[in-house]
Design a protein around this ligand. Structure first.
Ligand SMILES: Cc1cc2nc3c(=O)[nH]c(=O)nc-3n(C[C@H](O)[C@H](O)[C@H](O)COP(=O)(O)OP(=O)(O)OC[C@H]3O[C@@H](n4cnc5c(N)ncnc54)[C@H](O)[C@@H]3O)c2cc1C
Length: 234
């Protein structure tokens, strides 16, 4: 996730420089070239994606992680109403944390369905394994980001961390869109017919959200950076 974020940032930086970004007179051209190797060495990103899911599955089989019973509980939700954690309405970023809980259930839904369908042969379904790793990475990054933002809110108050909250919401909503797409693709491989329809309805339930005005949030964040004339979070 780190190397792909670096890739995105380097690419956007070249774009911001326009034609100058392509010229070796400007440092960003070198950044763009040099950063590319990070997705190759120390294990390519494709191979690392296979390892993330493999490691989680092995630890679950050994009983070191509670993933399998947790996945079963999520699959059981098809029989009843979705259990949503009771959240305190006054809790900072409470709605966003609730969406994160739904996103975690999506990981368990896809992992549980994949294990049930393929058992030990799951490792051969590399595209599903890759999609699962994407979901795990999204949840990890989103949770880290929301917890850090909550911590800042507690320490510095809502006035001081408005931009961080905007950035957190922008990221969260983009991550949920990506997760939905990965999960749909994986589920469509795992199941078919009525079973697929049931799983897709669970997916919709877990990711139910009212779209945020992400364009407005991005504009406000950009205005803040322009006003400060620097990266706004340091
Ligand atoms: C600058 C640099 C420094 C390096 N330093 C070191 C070092 O110090 N020590 C060391 O041991 N090695 C080093 N390496 C080697 C590096 O670790 C390998 O290049 C890397 O592991 C990828 O292996 P490969 O080049 O053989 O690519 P391959 O394994 O041939 O892979 C080619 C492509 O196919 C993809 N691919 C392969 N299998 C799958 C799959 N199942 N699903 C999807 N895609 C797949 C890969 O992700 C990759 O994109 C270095 C490489 C570079 C470029």
């Amino acid at each position: 996730m780190g190397t792909e974020t670096l890739d995105f940032v380097a690419d956007e930086t070249v774009q911001i420089f326009g034609g100058y970004g392509f010229s070796s007179d400007y440092e960003v051209e070198r950044v763009y070239r040099d950063q590319r190797v990070n997705r190759i060495f120390e294990g390519t990103n494709e191979i690392n994606r296979l390892l993330i899911t493999d490691m989680l599955m092995k630890r679950s089989m050994k009983g070191e992680l509670d993933l399998i019973p947790a996945a079963q509980r999520v699959l059981d939700e098809v029989l009843g109403p979705t259990t949503r954690e009771e959240t305190d309405p006054g809790r900072p970023l409470g709605e966003e944390m609730e969406l994160l809980e739904g996103a975690k259930k999506v990981v368990l839904l896809v992992a549980g369905s994949a294990v049930r369908r393929y058992l030990q042969a799951l490792a051969e379904e590399q595209e599903i394994v890759g999609a699962l790793s994407n979901l795990v990475m999204e949840v990890y990054a989103t949770e880290s980001m929301l917890l850090r933002t909550q911590k800042s809110l507690g320490r510095r108050g809502p006035e001081a961390v408005g931009s961080e909250c905007d950035a957190a919401r922008i990221y969260l909503f983009a991550a949920l869109d990506r997760m939905e797409s990965d999960a749909r693709r994986a589920l469509a491989r795992i199941a078919e017919g009525d079973e697929l329809r049931t799983q897709l309805s669970l997916l919709r339930r877990f990711l139910r959200r009212t779209p945020r005005d992400v364009i407005g949030l991005r504009r406000r964040l950009a205005s803040c950076a322009l006003e400060l004339n620097r990266y706004p979070f340091s």
